[in-house]
Write a protein that binds this ligand. Structure first.
Ligand code: AMP
Ligand code: ZN
Length: 135
């Protein structure tokens, strides 16, 4: 992926504010943070999204997320963390190289990572449960 910005950042070809690096991942500070300390986990290998990510790598990405937010919670003295991961432009993905957002939260901050709850109707419930079966 010659023109992927996150490939270049993850491989160190473009400088970044790197919090952590190992053979598989680089963790950087987001350049447009939702809150102070907003970080991104980037695999060094290019996968567009979670659908494409190999299972083992997906597992290790989540374990790394746990380590980083556990350490950073003390560094930033924050009250909580959102772990956000967007797949597809409809879901807000703008960079098509898999990444996980780690967003520190403080009580009363205005980060606005929320939605208006709707209603689970009986029709929706029946339709979805009847169509879905995990193989
Ligand atoms: P998403 O909308 O889930 O694809 O998130 C993309 C994120 O990447 C946004 O939060 C951007 O602020 C961030 N971003 C884009 N380019 C860079 C960059 N060069 N360095 C750091 N963060 C970036
Ligand atoms: Zn890439």
């Amino acid at each position: 992926m010659n023109d992927c910005i996150f490939c270049k950042i993850a491989k160190g070809e473009i400088p970044s504010a790197t919090l952590y690096e190992d053979e598989e991942f680089r963790v950087i500070l987001d350049q447009g943070p939702a809150t102070k300390g907003h970080a991104l986990i980037l695999p060094k290998a290019h996968y567009q999204n979670l659908y494409e990510l190999p299972d083992e790598l997906a597992g290790r990405a989540m374990i790394l997320a746990k380590k980083i937010i556990t350490e950073m919670k003390d560094v930033l003295d924050c009250d909580g963390y959102n772990v956000v991961q967007n797949n597809g432009s409809a879901a807000g993905q703008t960079v098509f190289h898999f990444h996980m957002h780690l967003i520190p939260r403080k009580e009363g901050d205005k980060a606005g990572i929320s939605w208006t709850p709707g209603t689970l109707t009986p029709e929706d419930k029946e339709e979805i449960l009847s169509k879905f079966s995990l193989k």
